[in-house]
Each structure stands twice: as structure tokens, then as C-alpha cells.
Ligand binder design. Structure first.
Ligand code: ZN
Length: 236
């Protein structure tokens, strides 16, 4: 294999690797996953904000329910006491007064409970809708993550094989050519060599000046002419 063929083979291997690396980081599933995750984050934020309002309301409603319960028990106890009472008229009147005041307190407490419930209901409904809407998105996120993992594992496998092959090819390019190639590769990435297509370096897409085109024609076969823009070795 000639030096030129070896260099071209190395360039092609590096370009292939670059394509697979790019494919790996531009999977359409990655874009969808990012969108789904963003939507889920927004929903989680809405949930947290909603819960901040809900939490004190729920606590107040529970407290009001307990208070009503306590008053009902007290009412029940007084009622029983009054029904079974053999006390005198004055004591009976006092009991009746207490019963009336407990009744009034119970009505107030139940009204308060109802007010809190009617405040809570729409908030709870919004929360339930939000949670229900998040469910399919969370499922989709799981699917996407699994798909991406599988695709990337396949591509990683491919890249390992390509890189091994690339190392093999690199050993066939020696000396100054290899040094120039490696230097350009380290600096600009992709590959360390390029071809001239329609007067342009196909590595960086910059057009060569007429003077550089002449120089390239004269020196390309020596594999020493590098693109003035990106520094890649320009192949004949
Ligand atoms: Zn270039």
C-alpha cells in the first residue's frame, strides 16, 4: 500500500468514526427525551407550587374536622345527660344553654369545614389532572431512556471495532506525514487529512486561493501540503 493509500485509508476511518460519534450524540430520541424531561420538570414545579398552597389548607381542613367531631361528641353527651336528667329546673336550663352554645359552635365549625373543602376541591382536582398528565410522559421518558441506552450500546460496540481498525490503519502511515496528520487531528478534530473538492478543502469547506490551488497541485503528491485554514494534509 502506498503512503497516499495508507493516509487516505486512515482519513476514511477517522471520518467514519466521526460520523458514528455524531450519530451517537444526535439520536432523535435524545431530542425527544430532553423535551419530555423539560415538560416533566415544569409539571413537577407546578405540583410543588400547588402543594405549597394545598398543605396548609389540608391541615386546616383536618383540624376543622376534628373540632366538629369533638363538638358532636360533646353535643351527644349533653343530649344524653339532659334526657336522663332528674335535676331541678335551674340545672336543666343551664344544661340546655350549654347545649345551645355547643350547637352554635358546631354549626360554625361545620361551615368552616365546608368553606375549606370548597377551597380544596378545585386545587385537588388540578393536582390530580397534573399527576394524570405526567404519568404517560414519565412512561415515555422510561421508554426513551431504554431505547437510547440500547442504541448507544450498539454504537459504542461499533466504535470500539472502528477504533481498533483505525489504530491498525494508523500504523501504516509513518514519519512526518503521520506527525502532520496527528497534529491537525488534535487541533481540529474529525480527521487529520482532507481532499480538495471544487476548489475547497472538504475538511473545513474553505475555498483555496488560486495561488494555494497551484501549490496544492504541485506538492499534494508529497503529502506535505496542508490546508492554510484548518491545517489538514490535503490529499491529491
Ligand atoms: Zn481545510
Amino acid at each position: 500500500m502506498s503512503e497516499l493509500e495508507a493516509l487516505r485509508a486512515l482519513m476514511e476511518a477517522d471520518r467514519w468514526i466521526e460520523r458514528v460519534v455524531s450519530q451517537r450524540s444526535h439520536l432523535p430520541e435524545l431530542g425527544e427525551l430532553a423535551a419530555v424531561e423539560e415538560e416533566l420538570r415544569a409539571m413537577a414545579q407546578q405540583l410543588r407550587a400547588g402543594d405549597e398552597v394545598l398543605a396548609p389548607l389540608r391541615a386546616a381542613a383536618a383540624e376543622a374536622a376534628l373540632e366538629s367531631e369533638r363538638l358532636r361528641a360533646r353535643h351527644e353527651a349533653l343530649r344524653t345527660k339532659l334526657d336522663a336528667s332528674t335535676a331541678n329546673a335551674r340545672e336543666l336550663t343551664a344544661l340546655q344553654h350549654e347545649l345551645d352554645s355547643i350547637n352554635a359552635l358546631l354549626r360554625t365549625s361545620e361551615d368552616h369545614e365546608l368553606e375549606l373543602m370548597s377551597e380544596l376541591e378545585p386545587l385537588e382536582a388540578t393536582r390530580a389532572t397534573l399527576t394524570a398528565n405526567a404519568q404517560p410522559l414519565a412512561t415515555r421518558r422510561g421508554e426513551l431512556r431504554a431505547t437510547i441506552d440500547a442504541l448507544q450500546a450498539t454504537l459504542d460496540e461499533e466504535l470500539r471495532a472502528l477504533r481498533a481498525d483505525r489504530e491498525q490503519r494508523a500504523t501504516a502511515v509513518g514519519g512526518a506525514t503521520r506527525a502532520a496528520y496527528d497534529a491537525a487531528l488534535a487541533r481540529v478534530g474529525g480527521s487529520g487529512a482532507a481532499q480538495v473538492l471544487d476548489g475547497r478543502c472538504d475538511g473545513c469547506r474553505i475555498a483555496l486561493s488560486p495561488l494555494d490551488r497551484d501549490r496544492w497541485r504541485q506538492r499534494a503528491h508529497e503529502l506535505t501540503f496542508v490546508c492554510p485554514e484548518c491545517g489538514r494534509v490535503l490529499l491529491p
